[in-house]
Design a protein around this ligand. Structure first.
Ligand code: HEM
Length: 179
């Protein structure tokens, strides 16, 4: 039995999971709905900050003002995604033995680290960000790459339920937890 399958079975046998499984009929759709609403907030914040750095929108505010406006919402939404995501796993742990989920979590860590580094840099070098930095090709490329990372997270989130698309790469196919 794979480690992931053993972890899946262990979670599913815990008392909190058994309690949530009894209420799965309403608990899962409520958690998934909040999770999906959180995606909207995350994507809106990342998009607004990316468009400001690219100079496409929000030019009436400095990069620092834009980060201070959307940064807290992004942080709050990510904590909400973590909480609802972990509760979904506690109720129905199928996600953990999928390739999509672990690839998604890797990109969530990358995305969160980039957001944190951007916040620190904008606060330390606010004038440069409105001067030369935002006009640099490498900075614009990084902004676009960050947006692509968050869009990839959304696709991978949806692919969790269809992990068989990765064929034999998917542990869920070999363990049979996703048909
Ligand atoms: C921060 C930690 C996160 C955790 C632990 C997490 C966990 C999960 C889990 C367990 C599911 C349900 C999978 C299933 O069984 O079908 C899910 C679905 C999903 N997640 Fe996340 N997630 C997180 C963050 C995010 C973020 C940041 C995004 C996008 C910005 C995202 C996008 C999605 C999408 C699109 C789905 C499919 C929703 C559906 O159609 O039902 N997740 N996530």
């Amino acid at each position: 039995m794979s480690v992931l399958k053993a972890l899946h079975d262990w979670i599913q046998a815990t008392p909190p999971s058994l309690l949530l499984q009894k209420n799965e009929a309403w608990f899962m759709p409520v958690m998934q709905s909040i999770h999906i609403a959180g995606i909207g907030v995350v994507l809106a914040c990342v998009l607004m900050m990316t468009l400001r750095v690219l100079g496409v929108a929000g030019g009436d505010r400095t990069v620092l003002q834009t980060q201070e406006r959307f940064g807290p919402w992004l942080t709050g939404a990510l904590w909400l995604m973590l909480a609802t995501g972990l509760l979904i796993i506690l109720c129905e742990p199928r996600a953990i033995d999928t390739v999509s989920f672990w690839m998604k979590m890797f990109l969530v860590v990358v995305g969160a680290l980039v957001a944190w580094a951007f916040q620190r840099s904008v606060h330390a070098h606010a004038a440069e960000w409105d001067g030369t930095l935002a006009r640099k090709g490498s900075v614009k490329a990084m902004a676009i790459a960050t947006l692509v990372v968050w869009i990839a997270i959304i696709f991978l989130g949806r692919f969790i339920a269809y992990d068989q698309i990765w064929g034999k790469l998917s542990p869920s196919v070999s363990t049979g937890s996703i048909q």
